[in-house]
Design a protein around this ligand. Structure first.
Ligand SMILES: *[C@@H]1O[C@H](CO)[C@@H](O)[C@H](O)[C@H]1NC(C)=O
Length: 260
């Protein structure tokens, strides 16, 4: 259903006061991100009754939208964008109190002075050299602004801290990648693995952004509702020459790992 059609439908129904059934992709989106329980029976059709104004307000807040609880055209458009698959309801530690902060932390951090990493499964489409070069650029952004240091695992190593793999949609995680998901990652206390959806047609710009975003999750940073932050949940095209980490991202990372 097109957005224009949905708008017409909402307008028509608001006159009679009845709420329209949400499009199925909205139910899938809210379920996948944990805003509505995926344990409830009824599939997508049964799930539409769970899409209440309070659920919509939470989903709008995650994206920094005005929390109206109404499925308006802007909200529908944002729900259909490519984004990170990490659930906002998962492990969210409260943001530190005090001044207005938009970032959140996941509740754990790494202790080793040097974190080792390895791409254990490469992409079937992006060349290995591109992946290696992009990853190294991303790691430089993090190590130049915090006390973090990274080292590639060497042949023979059987363990490393950050495991990066390009995966199929159904890849052994409880959350299967759907068409709008680019990647997801686990916080330090769950091992810090990064899973990048290999079905995505990445270029260097989008891969830099996605690896950077997921790496921050692997380091313990949760989503930010600031649209200019790398940790904003929805993908946006950025100028490859602009700094990868915004002030908001840096505050979160430096709180965990100190300033360089
Ligand atoms: C890179 O991919 C993104 C996301 O698909 C796209 O929006 C952007 O236009 C692409 N950039 C280039 C330079 O091809």
């Amino acid at each position: 259903m097109s957005i224009a059609r949905v708008t017409v439908l909402i307008t028509a129904l608001s006159v009679t006061g009845a709420a329209p059934a949400p499009p199925p992709f909205v139910v899938t989106y809210l379920r996948a991100l944990g805003f509505v329980s995926s344990d409830r029976p009824g599939g997508v059709a049964g799930g539409s009754s769970l899409v209440t104004p309070s659920v919509l307000r939470l989903a709008q807040e995650e994206l920094g939208l005005s929390p109206t609880g109404v499925l308006d055209a802007v909200t529908l458009d944002m729900f259909s964008q490519q984004r990170c698959g990490v659930s906002p309801t998962w492990l969210a530690a409260p943001s530190p109190p005090g001044r207005t902060r938009r970032f959140a932390l996941m509740g754990s951090r790494w202790r080793p002075a040097v974190l080792t990493y390895k791409v254990s499964v490469y992409s079937l489409t992006v060349p290995k050299a591109t992946v290696d070069r992009t990853l190294s650029t991303v790691l430089d952004h993090f190590s130049s602004s915090t006390k973090l240091k990274f080292a590639a695992a060497v042949p023979g190593d059987t363990e490393w801290n950050l495991d990066i793999r390009f995966t199929g949609d159904d890849h052994g995680c409880s959350s299967v990648f759907d068409a709008t998901v680019l990647a997801h990652a686990f916080p330090p206390e769950f091992g810090g693995d990064l899973h990048v959806r290999d079905a995505v047609d990445f270029n260097t710009t989008s891969l830099t952004y996605v690896l950077g975003h997921e790496l921050a999750h692997s380091l313990g940073v949760h989503h930010s509702n600031r649209a200019d932050a790398l940790m904003y949940p929805v993908y946006r095209d950025v100028d490859p020459l602009s700094p990868l980490l915004s002030g908001d991202d840096l505050r979160a990372l430096q709180l965990l790992y100190g300033q360089a």
